[in-house]
Design a protein around this ligand. Structure first.
Ligand code: ATP
Ligand code: MG
Length: 456
């Protein structure tokens, strides 16, 4: 087999060969190359020990970073290309399901490939001999578009349960099917995923959510049980009938349907995934037999916060998703004042994402409802565009008076009352932007103070 590799990669292999060391291109790089995709990074495997790798490349004047010498990895930079060079190794005694407690360096590439997760990731290519080492028939699985565990699937998943999620991630990124036995081993061991650190789970979940075939990945996560291990709260919506003419789907099916209509934006996808998470906890039934879910957006935003904190998402992602879940009910009939209040509450930056969440939600309602809602949605967005054009940032700092003005000009003593007055003025301005002038607002401030004082 002849594969075209960048000169920098070939160079590294030549340098190692010159030092009587074997080297192979391994991992995602070789997989993507065979698939005709542009590899994201280059991993090399070699029989040279990490210290030797360091010495060899430093000797040649290259920049070398001992990334993970303990685990056998050294990073070498050649002409701006970064190569991860790892000594052939086997992992032994996985403890606490996180990291192998020991890595053992080995001398044969076949032994190194035997510890890898999936057959399509267990390929090694020696470009100097144009030789593909493929003991687990990964090439055939690449051609047949199959994700299959190396050797015994159950053993691979018990060694490192994150691999269960990685199986779904690769299937979502590549559009591949997960092989039957590999699937069964996931179903049987799915609970082990709890042992994995939140950060590792979150990173793989993000990759599923952002993958080209993300919906397929999400369905696989549901089918295999991974979704409910990562976010058990979603299980409450499973088979949960909504008893409402707008909802032909159960809560979870509606969520899954809505996911189909999301753009490739992690915040939006997380928000849609969680937008109805509280519905089962807010369920009640009206006299007419219809299901109601009062307050599910508010409770949902609190649950979303707990879930995302548990998964160690960044504060920014959490804040945005929480806002989107809280606001996802977005009343499409609101007038300009309501729209201004909405933008002030949500923040102008998040408005496009809120509209995407709302649209995805609409698309997953009953068909007869979708037609009507889409019309309302179109009208709403057209009006909102006008509102946004006419306004600035819709932030309190745009008020024509500030705290100092309220203290000096309206005679309010410094303290929390200043904020209360400013808020009231801001509400008025959102209602009628024409009132945003200093003279009016200062006289209004005095009136507000008098009323508040009279109320005690
Ligand atoms: P990508 O870089 O697109 O994520 P990749 O296949 O290169 O894909 P990496 O996480 O970079 O994935 O890992 C490189 C290689 O190391 C994999 O192809 C696989 O052979 C091996 N590998 C990585 N993580 C594991 C794991 N948890 N268990 C077994 N092998 C793994
Ligand atoms: Mg990689």
């Amino acid at each position: 087999m002849n594969l075209f590799l960048p000169e920098e990669v070939l160079n590294a292999c030549r340098i190692l060969a010159h030092n009587k060391k074997e080297s192979y291109v391994v991992g995602g790089g070789i997989r993507d190359l065979i698939l005709g995709m542009a590899p994201q990074d280059w991993d090399l495997a070699t029989d040279a020990h990490p210290r030797e790798v360091e010495r060899i490349f430093k000797g040649k004047g290259y920049k070398v970073i001992p990334t993970g010498v303990k685990y056998g990895t050294v990073t070498v930079h050649i002409n701006g290309v970064s190569l991860e060079i790892t000594t052939f190794r086997k992992e032994a005694n996985y403890f606490d399901y996180r990291r192998p407690s020991k890595v053992k360096f080995v001398t044969k590439i076949q032994d190194d490939l035997s510890r890898r997760d999936f057959t399509v990731n267990a390929l090694a290519y020696d470009p100097l001999r144009s030789y593909l080492c493929d003991p687990y028939h990964g090439l055939a699985d690449l051609k047949n578009e199959i994700i299959k565990a190396v050797r015994d699937a159950e053993e691979r998943f018990i060694e490192d349960p994150l691999r269960m999620l990685r199986a779904v991630r690769f299937s979502a990124e590549l559009g591949f099917t997960i092989e039957q036995k590999t699937k069964h081993a996931i179903i049987r061991n799915v609970e082990l995923l709890c042992k994995i650190s939140a950060e590792r789970v979150r990173e793989e979940l993000n990759r599923v959510l952002m993958a080209e075939h993300f919906y397929q990945g999400l369905e696989a996560m549901l089918e295999l049980g991974l979704l409910f291990v990562i976010i058990p709260e979603l299980k409450e919506g499973w088979l949960f009938n909504q008893y409402h003419p707008s909802h032909q789907y159960t809560v979870l099916t509606h969520t899954m349907e809505a996911m189909r209509y999301t753009p490739a934006d992690l915040t939006v996808r997380l928000a849609v995934l969680l937008h109805d998470v509280a519905k089962p906890r807010c369920y009640s039934r009206g006299k007419d037999g219809r299901g109601h879910f009062y307050g599910h957006n508010v409770l949902g935003s609190e649950m979303a916060e707990d879930i995302l904190r548990r998964l160690h998402y960044s504060n920014k992602v959490i804040k945005d998703v929480v806002t989107l879940v809280r606001e996802h009910m977005l009343e499409l009939g609101m007038g300009p004042a309501g729209q201004r209040r909405l933008v002030a509450r949500v923040g102008r930056r998040l408005i496009p994402q809120l509209l995407q969440v709302r649209l995805a939600d609409i698309m997953a309602h009953s068909r007869n409802q979708v037609v009507r809602s889409l019309e309302e949605y179109e009208q709403f967005t057209a009006k909102l565009e006008q509102t946004l054009k006419a306004g600035g940032d819709f932030a309190l700092r745009e008020l024509a008076v500030n705290g100092a003005d309220i203290i000096q000009e309206a005679g309010v003593t410094p303290g929390p009352l200043v904020g209360v007055v400013l808020r009231k003025l801001w509400d008025e301005v959102l209602e009628d932007p024409g009132k945003n002038n200093r003279v009016y607002l200062l006289s209004q401030a005095k009136k507000i103070i008098t009323t508040l004082n009279n109320q005690g």
